[in-house]
Write a protein that binds this ligand. Structure first.
Ligand code: NDP
Length: 481
């Protein structure tokens, strides 16, 4: 139980100016859709309608790709130094408008303001700063002989980190001289539309960045457009597979960042209090809407009971509620559809025989909410040990030896991330060597940095984002054909 009550500390909404309706951002200006059906974006915490947003039709996708193609000639001909100046300008404006971005993100997505303010927005700005620095140094980045941009890049992003995923996609594309058409997720379009205003404020040449809103069919039309040279996607493995099928046999390059079912592995010599914080951060950060979430806790058998007790005590102190309250640890589930998925899979966990536990917590009457939940007695064959739940639900399994921990951790179709908690450096290195995961954290979890490549093995996708490796996905080398 909390040791004392917290007084509400809500962040003011006054800093954001949400329009009643938004057009599409094509060729440097907001334009009406031609033939799309507008849709509403709501606050998942209250179900309040925030704004009406345009749906980009196939004709709109065509217009956006044409605008990006027109802009490509002069943008790619700019010197790296000049492209870098635009990126620095964008990064600085994002910092200046950080509070506005954070409040808007929490309103539209449901994530706690503490996270949007301290993680999403600063890391998004950091991605622009980092890539601004690369723009005039591409020939020294070991990217191969004469790195050149692909051309027009079609980018489709999910709803869990709307602004941050936009930054992961747009910053490297622009630094390397590509132009962009980006589609944010249907449920979280607002920070991408605010970013479009930042592009105007930064005097970015028209057409270099185009933002088209809509749902799956808009994304599909963008990916399939014949004048798109490269595709970058983050989202579910199912849609990633559909995209790979769509572009198979074409000249299009692709990077796919898909799902995960990460193991967070705790050994009996781990600093337990820190490990408990790492477990909580691993799965309850962003309501568990994280592709690399530590959704499977593998705990050494000898300390399993102690970890379970400590974890339950810690979970009882988490505050679930208003995303704009600075005290909130766990916000709203992003949509009714996602809440339904989480509810269904949690019910499957119970039906399969695992033991379900949640702390006592009062959930708000409106909006979409799910109490933090842990399942113990989970077997490897259980669906909650195999499938991505993408919510605040932790499956706890045990192991006896490092070899068994590795075998269990790797027993998944995914391979995005993993965590290791132990005092022994040699064990960290041995484990990291044997884990089939693109990112392995040691004695920490869910840490992100623009300099560090991120991406997966197996059904978690291919390609890397961030660092020098991420840049390489946006260039081609050798002589133009
Ligand atoms: P999706 O993969 O459907 O959505 C990701 C993005 O792709 C969205 O912008 C979506 O549009 C768009 N999209 C959907 N269908 C197509 C298509 N055929 N072609 C091109 N783009 C498309 O994820 P969901 O939002 O449906 O979430 C479903 C599950 O996916 C979650 O429960 C979770 O398990 C997983 N997921 C994983 C993420 C990750 O980072 N690994 C991120 C998000 C979800 P729109 O949203 O507008 O429909």
């Amino acid at each position: 139980m909390p040791t004392f009550e917290y007084a509400p500390a809500p962040e003011s909404r006054a800093v954001v100016d949400i329009a009643s309706s938004y057009g599409l951002f094509i060729g440097g200006e907001f334009v009406e859709s031609r033939g799309g059906t507008p849709f509403k974006t709501i606050s998942p915490a209250t179900e309040e309608v925030l704004a009406q947003v345009s749906e980009a039709s196939e004709q709109d996708v065509d217009r956006a790709v044409a605008a990006a193609r027109t802009a490509f000639g002069s943008w790619s001909a700019l010197s790296g130094t000049d492209r870098g100046k635009y990126l620095f300008r964008i990064a600085r404006i994002m910092q200046e408008r950080a509070r506005e971005f954070a409040v808007l993100e929490s309103l539209d997505n449901g994530k706690p303001i503490r996270e949007s303010r301290d993680v999403d927005v600063p890391t998004a700005a950091a991605h622009f700063f980092y890539h601004a620095g690369w723009a005039d140094k591409l020939s020294y980045a070991s990217l191969g002989d004469r790195p050149r941009p692909h051309g027009v890049v079609g980018q489709v992003i999910p709803w869990n980190f709307p602004l941050l995923m936009l930054a992961w996609k747009i910053a490297p594309a622009l630094a390397t001289g590509n132009t962009v058409v980006l589609k944010p997720a249907e449920t979280t379009p607002l920070t991408a539309l605010l970013f479009a205003q930042v592009c105007q404020q930064a005097d970015l040449p028209p057409g270099v960045v185009n933002i088209i809103t809509g749902a799956g069919p808009t994304g599909q039309a963008l990916i399939a457009h014949p004048d798109v040279d490269k595709v970058a996607f983050t989202g579910s493995t199912a849609v990633g597979k559909a995209i790979a099928t769509t572009i198979a046999g074409t000249r299009k390059r692709a990077t796919l960042e898909l799902g995960g079912k990460a193991a967070n592995i705790v050994f009996d010599d781990a600093p337990l209090d820190q490990a408990i914080e790492g477990i909580v951060n691993g799965i309850f950060f962003n309501q568990g809407h994280v592709c690399c979430a530590g959704s499977r806790l593998l705990v050494q058998e000898s300390i399993a009971e102690e970890v379970e007790t400590k974890l339950k005590t810690r979970l009882a102190t988490l505050r679930v509620g208003d995303p704009l309250d600075k005290n909130t640890d766990i916000g709203a589930i992003n949509s009714a559809a996602q809440l339904e998925r989480i509810t269904t899979l949690a019910a499957v966990g119970e039906a399969e025989g695992a033991t379900r536990w949640s702390p006592e917590c009062e959930l708000p009457a409106n909006g979409f909410w799910f109490a933090p939940t842990i399942f113990t007695g989970v077997a490897q064959t259980h669906r909650i040990a195999q499938e991505e739940i993408f919510g605040p639900v932790l499956s706890v399994l045990t192991f006896r030896t490092p070899g068994e921990a590795v075998a269990k951790a790797n027993n998944t179709p995914y391979g995005l991330s993993a965590g290791i908690w132990t005092e022994k450096g040699s064990r960290i290195l041995w484990m990291a060597d044997h884990l089939k995961a693109g990112v392995v954290w040691a004695n920490t979890f869910n840490k992100f940095d623009p300099t560090s490549p991120f991406g997966g093995y197996k059904e978690s996708g291919y390609g890397r984002e961030g660092g020098r490796h991420g840049l390489s996905a946006y260039v081609t080398t050798g002589d133009p054909t």
